[in-house]
Design a binder for this molecule. Structure first.
Ligand code: SF4
Length: 470
């Protein structure tokens, strides 16, 4: 099987693989230099020799300390490219009624200002499809041409055709696009029945495919575990295989019509099901020589801490394996709250650097100051400088050795004193009460410091309200 993965390592991961000998164990990989944190700059190089089979033989182990990426084609959605050597894209969905043009406009704009790069909205009727045209126009004239995705559901052919004129991508759910109410008395699905419905799917999808193809727009084939077509359930069961077959059927129809602006998703609310479905899909696409990018998400993940944990487990696990080109963290909360979680997942894996990376020890009996308070102060002073890595460590005994290659370090030196580090070099020792200011001075002296952006009146009010609430 031919496989092509792209490695997205940090700076050290990349330098670590240069000059290594060609391995005969595995295929060639495409390595991508992510030193700038944006994941640009793909280059080809042989697999390093330290990538080897694990003892179980189940998977290859990549010991370079970098995250691979499945090599996909790039698909354009408005001015954003998904897949290829492009950074993993963050997207979300508004929950306003799409008929509320002003409300939808405000929600899309708010999400986009928070860092959401593609915004989806639901389009349950033709009237909603027309409303999307007005929303898009309002965005273009009063803000920016934010890439929009329309979600169409049950028998949504006419709706999809209309909304395809206004958005950059249409998402269809194969289980609902040609929808027949499940028959509780049915005991079997003959091959003939299956073929008949597959033909219907082709007929109904063709006009949309042609429209999107001719406009240079994209389609997401978004399979959901909970809404597989009855014929898929009868044939493959309620399984990852059924989900993958459902997507493959649509993909083949698109390919017959020479349409390749495709992005595929396999969402499920159970993380193990979702993992299996995406892994199987990646394998099947590869086996059939197809390289479409994948959209990752755990659907109905819920809210709060557990919703975030589930999303991180599902999305993060696949990204760590090289699978996934765009992500949506689904939370039962204001969608704006999904964006930092998405960025956190990408930053944690070294796939994007949109924040300062803070390294901090958990503190212990050796800790020489209130680590939680100091970490908060350091973060407040420096969080506006993404790309930087700053360590806050409790003691000189283990702190400097465990700072994980941070750019700067703030380390407890002795009672009431702090040592400031540049990399692994101790630069100065200062009284604890001056620690944060001295760190800023060090950054200024190194030419690294940038002044924090001025807050708008609205932002200042929010900060004050948060301070009062705290
Ligand atoms: S760095 Fe020092 S203070 Fe922090 S956990 Fe390790 S030993 Fe304890």
């Amino acid at each position: 099987m031919v496989s092509a993965f792209v490695s997205l390592g940090g700076v050290s991961g990349i330098s670590g693989i240069r000059g290594l000998k060609k391995s005969s164990r595995r295929r060639n990989l495409v390595w991508m230099d992510a030193g700038n944190g944006n994941g640009n700059g793909a280059s080809t190089a042989p697999l390093p020799k330290d990538a080897m089979k694990d003892q179980s033989g189940m998977m290859d182990l990549d010991l370079t300390g970098s995250v691979p990426r499945r090599n996909t084609r790039a698909v354009r959605v408005g001015d954003i490219l998904i897949g290829g050597a492009n950074p993993v894209v963050i997207q979300s969905m508004i929950n306003e009624d799409t008929m509320d043009i002003d409300g939808s406009y405000r929600a899309i704009r708010k999400l986009h200002e928070e860092g959401c790069e593609i915004v989806r909205l639901t389009v349950p009727s033709l009237a909603h499809a027309h409303a999307v045209g007005f929303i898009k126009e309002k965005l273009r004239t009063e803000y920016e041409d934010v890439p929009l995705v329309a979600d169409v559901h049950h028998n949504g052919m006419r709706i999809a055709l209309e909304v395809a004129k206004h958005v950059d991508k249409v998402r269809i759910n194969p289980g609902l696009y040609v929808y027949e109410k499940p028959d509780p008395n049915r005991v079997e699905y003959t091959e003939e029945d299956f073929k008949k419905l597959a033909e219907q799917m082709k007929e109904k999808l063709e006009p949309l495919i042609v429209s999107l193809r001719d406009q240079g727009k994209a389609m997401r084939i978004g399979v959901n575990h909970g809404s597989l077509a009855e014929r898929m359930l009868f044939t493959y069961g309620d399984t990852p295989e059924g989900m993958v077959e459902s997507a493959l059927e649509c993909i083949r129809i698109c390919r017959e019509l020479d349409f390749h602006n495709l992005i595929i998703s396999m969402k499920a609310s159970k993380v193990p099901v979702m993992l299996s479905a995406y892994r199987l899909l990646a394998q099947r696409l590869e086996a059939e020589g197809m390289n479409y990018p994948l959209h990752l998400g755990v659907t109905e993940a819920g809210d709060g801490e557990y919703g975030r944990i589930k999303s991180t487990l599902g999305i993060g696990t696949l990204l760590a394996e090289g699978i996934g080109d765009t992500i949506r963290v689904s939370l039962t909360e204001d969608p704006v709250k999904e964006i930092p979680v998405g960025y956190g997942i990408l930053q944690g894996l070294g796939l994007r650097r949109t924040m300062v990376e803070y390294v901090a020890c958990p503190s212990c009996g050796r800790t020489l100051f209130n680590l939680e308070t100091v970490l908060h102060e350091v973060r407040e002073a420096t969080k506006h400088m993404p790309g930087l890595s700053i360590a806050v460590m409790g003691c000189i005994v283990n702190g400097p050795g465990e700072m994980a290659d941070a750019d700067y370090g703030y380390v407890g030196r002795g009672p009431g004193t702090i040592a400031l580090y540049r990399g692994r070099e101790e630069i100065r020792v200062v009284p604890e009460e001056d620690g944060v200011q001295e760190l800023i001075r060090l950054l200024q002296g190194d030419g690294v410091w940038v002044d924090p952006p001025e807050l708008s009146a609205e932002q200042e009010e929010t900060v004050e309200a948060e301070a009062v609430a705290a």
